[in-house]
Design a protein around this ligand. Structure first.
Ligand code: 3HC
Length: 322
């Protein structure tokens, strides 16, 4: 039911109808009535998802000019271009909820909005590009495949499209790690060092443990989330550990153990102090990431102004013709 009809129905009835629709697994569309809290929850999550995609272009962008071959450079360029596109899908999907692009960017620059912890770590060498593709995009795939069934239509459709490209990202990262593990002793050491540095922050990408996740209860009530943070983390671990072992990489967790009964791995304690330090702005690269984003956004102001002026001129011409 569109918003225009909602003026004749009592608020309780509107909420009851909305709850019945999400409980039935209906897709909620932009024109449908929705509780303000549902809209706010989605704006927060979707804009932060979009910010993550765009900020995530920085650590990988550092290695385009230093890729070890033309093929590697082409693949990395294609991946980074994909991430930019994912950001645009998600900003556009978030705008259907009534927030402007400018407001989302302002929230990012002012620190009001977060982006994924993982993009605040440095990329020290080419093995990091492999670890990001394999582990970070691998984690993102597990999360985003689940989000394909989120209750908000525009978000779900953006996820379907993004997931098609993510699997290429994960495979190209795993290919880099495989090549390095078949290489010289020094290359194997680089790959293991990258694994040691990216493994735990990748587990943190799924968010706090279920009992410490303030948003999950609502996310489940409204079918925004279909799996818990820990379920998705576990899925990622169970999928990734065999991949590591296959190419001779050691998972940097002395407590990692296969549980035959549960048919999954038990794992060590995650350093949540590090997680909170990083997401609250005090990670190794937070300052650099934000300064770069603000600089490039300001440098690009003329493009936005020109596009807006052109659109306004076109609209004025159309009005004169009518
Ligand atoms: N990084 C930064 N902040 C995080 C985080 C992370 N990895 N995990 C959780 N948080 C924040 C939440 O945003 C929330 O803070 P807020 O109230 O200021 O927004 C707080 O920690 C509590 O976490 P909750 O679990 O209660 O929050 P959510 O229910 O929103 O769950 C989430 C967190 C699982 C990340 C969920 O928001 C989600 O699924 N988001 C969409 C996926 C996403 O954003 N992925 C980011 C990576 S994108 C990417 O990797 C691109 C790829 O192509 C490389």
């Amino acid at each position: 039911m569109g918003n225009d009809q909602s003026t004749m129905v009592a608020p309780d009835e509107l909420l009851a109808r909305f709850d019945a629709r999400t409980a039935a697994g209906d897709a909620i569309e932009a024109k449908d009535w929705m509780p303000d809290a549902y809209r706010k929850h989605l704006v927060r999550q979707m804009s932060q998802h979009a910010h993550s995609e765009v900020i995530g272009m920085q650590p990988e962008g550092n290695w385009v000019t230093r890729a070890p071959s033309l093929r590697a450079k082409q693949i990395l360029l294609a991946k980074i271009q994909d991430e930019g596109g994912h950001g645009l899908y998600l900003y556009s999907a978030a705008e259907t909820l009534g927030i402007s692009r400018d407001e989302m960017i302002h929230q990012l620059h002012s620190g009001k909005a977060k982006y994924s912890n993982i993009f605040n770590y440095p990329t020290l060498n080419w093995a990091d590009i492999g670890a990001i593709g394999w582990l970070v995009d691998g984690a993102a795939i597990v999360n985003q495949v689940s989000l394909q069934r989120t209750s908000y239509g525009p978000y779900s459709r953006a996820m379907v499209r993004i997931c098609k490209e993510e699997s290429f990202h994960q495979r190209q990262g795993y290919e880099i790690m495989t090549y390095m593990m078949r290489g010289t002793a020094e290359q194997r050491e680089m790959a293991q060092d990258a694994m040691n540095r990216w493994w735990w922050p990748s587990l943190m990408m799924f968010g706090p443990h279920d009992g410490d996740s303030p948003h999950s209860a609502d996310a489940f009530k409204w079918k925004i989330k279909r799996h818990t943070n820990d379920e998705l983390r576990q899925k990622f671990i169970d999928k990734t550990v065999p991949q590591a072992e296959l190419i001779g990489l050691k998972v940097p967790d002395a407590d990692l153990k296969w549980n035959e009964e549960k048919q999954s791995y038990t794992y060590g304690k995650i350093n949540w102090d590090e997680f909170h330090r990083v997401i609250n702005g005090n990670g190794p690269c937070n300052k650099q990431r934000m300064e770069h984003h603000i600089k490039v956004h300001n440098d690009g102001a003329w493009v936005r102004e020109a596009a807006t002026a052109y659109k306004n001129k076109q609209n004025a011409q159309k009005t004169n013709l009518n």
